[in-house]
Design a protein around this ligand. Structure first.
Ligand code: B12
Ligand code: SF4
Length: 479
């Protein structure tokens, strides 16, 4: 039987440095989804998660070599492209006969360039890979031409060929559940701040109730994989995943990782009813992401009843002009209302803010910082806009001749910002992010609120640890 090894190439240390302990280590659902269809088609599949297992690149390679696979695959985000390149160079030196297949948001946006950037990658998968992987492995096994497989780019006699496009999977109920059984569930954990409520971060389970998003934000790269619009899994698939993760993994923390969990009100209510009916709410702390224009008080209350603890909103900016320029289609009033309703339902709120989007000035950035403090969410993150391939921001940089760094610097936390506006340099953006964090997190009222409403010991422990970690990162001029 032909062997496929799917690998999470370890990149966490490079991405987060001292902040690693606070980052989530999530099960790789993309790889687990691809694994499920490949397994169903009769291949021997395994997953090596180099980040979760805290492996070095070399140890990850050794583990793959021990398995002696025919095919190796991984997901690439833009920020992980450079390490991936190094990784496959080393791996191919040891296993020259394997076929390397990659997918993910970076590859979907730049399928040909991925092959140009790395001579050791053989096939790029564009968009969802669940069905494509089976087509590719079948063709490789039969020695058939890859040209008839839609949605890939591959090397053909030294030339790169890109095939016709493949539509997103119409009916998600036709695909199997992610191959959770190939993962070591003891290794996954939620974000550091998730433990403020109950003092624990694991075992963590992830469920997607659908794929895609109703939003069209022009900085967002998710549509490169899932296309426009949103499709849902069947209620049965969601129940099966809940049962599996509760019974087999014993999860205590659950993320519904959808871009907008609240998009389908009926489904959300059905899921919550099921969680309550099965008594899972007694053992779970759930986090979801939402858009301010999709919340509805009775549904939020039902979510709270079903042990949803955190709701995350992409607030992005305190300037309506910048929000409009992002194509966010949300007003600041809608955001305030969504916060008020979520609070009324008893949820804790995490707000995601972005600095440095197109048209940003110091004044609009200050509007954002002020709004974050006024909204007074239980947690806030301040990112600097990244011109990810396949987005309007990337095209803007290309059109304006804005120099782009190496892929590794398309991260967020610890890499120099990529300024999109002449009015704000990289140094100024770093200063603004520092200011945002200092203003938001150092408010005495905020800290008091956490100490009163959350697990006091966990909050104190994390704040002390965070103080030293952030100091170290700032000293290294990374944050
Ligand atoms: C979970 C997540 C993470 C997790 C990753 C955990 C993990 N092991 O998966 C964490 C928190 C670590 C993370 C970090 C970052 N993330 Co993130 N993350 C996501 C998120 C929310 C979900 C990913 C997911 O599971 N999707 C669901 C699965 C089913 O989709 P998928 O992974 O794309 O896989 C499908 C296809 O791509 C394809 N495929 C993927 N891999 C392979 C491999 C093979 C062999 C084949 C055949 C097919 C295939 O088939 C899969 C099934 O259809 C996405 C948003 C999104 N909607 O996808 C952002 C997203 C992937 N992240 C993004 C970014 C920018 C980041 C950061 C750079 C942000 C930062 N803070 O610095 C960091 C990078 C960290 C690093 N290591 O350098 C961007 C990536 C854009 C880009 N071009 O790179 C996204 C798309 C968000 C966005 N809206 O723009 N992230
Ligand atoms: S709402 Fe979130 S996931 Fe949807 S397009 Fe906007 S940024 Fe992307």
């Amino acid at each position: 039987m032909k062997k496929l090894v799917l690998v999470v190439i370890p990149t966490m240390e490079n991405a987060y440095h001292n902040l690693q302990d606070f980052a989530a280590v999530s099960p790789p659902i993309g790889l687990a989804s691809v694994a499920a269809t490949a397994e169903k088609a009769g291949y021997e599949v395994s997953i090596i998660d180099g980040d979760a297992e805290q492996l070095t690149l070399d140890r990850t390679i050794e583990k793959i070599v021990e398995k002696n696979p025919d095919y190796v695959g991984s997901t690439i985000m833009t920020a992980t492209m450079d390490i991936t390149q190094v990784f496959y160079e080393k791996l191919k030196a040891k296993l020259p006969n394997i076929t390397v297949i990659v997918g993910g948001p970076h590859v979907s946006a730049l399928p040909e360039q991925t092959l140009r950037d790395s001579q050791n990658i053989d096939i790029s998968v564009i968009g969802e890979g669940d069905e494509t992987i089976v087509d590719i492995l079948g063709a490789l096994h039969r020695n058939a031409d890859l040209k008839n497989i839609a949605g890939i780019a591959y090397r053909d006699n030294g030339q790169i060929t890109i095939t016709g496009s493949r539509l997103p999977i119409k009916d998600l109920s036709t695909i199997p559940l992610p191959a959770f059984h190939l993962l070591d569930h003891t290794l996954y954990r939620s974000y550091g701040w998730n433990n403020w409520v109950n003092g624990y971060r694991k075992p963590l389970g992830i469920i997607f109730t659908g794929r895609g998003c109703i939003g069209k934000c022009n900085f967002c790269a998710a549509h490169n994989v899932f296309g426009k619009g949103i499709r849902f899994f069947s209620m049965q698939q969601i129940k099966d995943q809940l049962d599996y993760l509760m019974e087999k993994w014993g999860i205590r923390v659950l993320y519904f990782q959808d871009d907008t969990f609240t998009a389908n009100r009926k489904m959300v209510n059905d899921i919550c009813d099921y969680i309550i009916e099965k008594g899972y709410d007694k053992r779970l702390e759930i986090m979801v992401s939402s858009r301010a224009d999709t919340v509805h008080l009775p549904t939020l209350k039902k979510m709270r009843q079903a042990s949803v603890r955190w709701i995350c909103f992409g607030v992005e900016s305190g300037s309506q002009e910048i929000l409009d320029g992002m194509n966010k289609h949300i007003t600041i009033d809608q955001i305030k209302k969504a916060y008020a309703l979520s609070r009324e339902a008893g949820l804790f709120i995490a707000g995601n803010f972005m600095l440095g989007h197109l048209g940003e000035t110091r004044e609009t950035a200050m509007d954002t910082i002020r709004l974050a403090c006024e909204l007074d969410e239980e947690y806030a993150s301040f990112a600097i806009a990244i011109p990810l391939p396949g987005t309007v921001l990337y095209r803007h940089c290309q059109d304006k001749g804005i120099p782009l760094p190496t892929w590794n610097d398309f991260g967020n936390v610890n890499t120099p910002p990529i300024p999109l506006n002449e009015s704000l340099s990289a140094e100024e953006l770093i200063k603004l992010r520092r200011l945002a964090m200092d203003r938001f997190f150092k408010r005495p009222g905020y800290i008091m609120k956490l100490l009163i409403r959350m697990n006091t010991l966990s909050v104190i422990r994390d704040f002390v640890k965070m103080y030293f970690v952030i100091r170290a990162e700032r000293k290294a001029k990374r944050l």
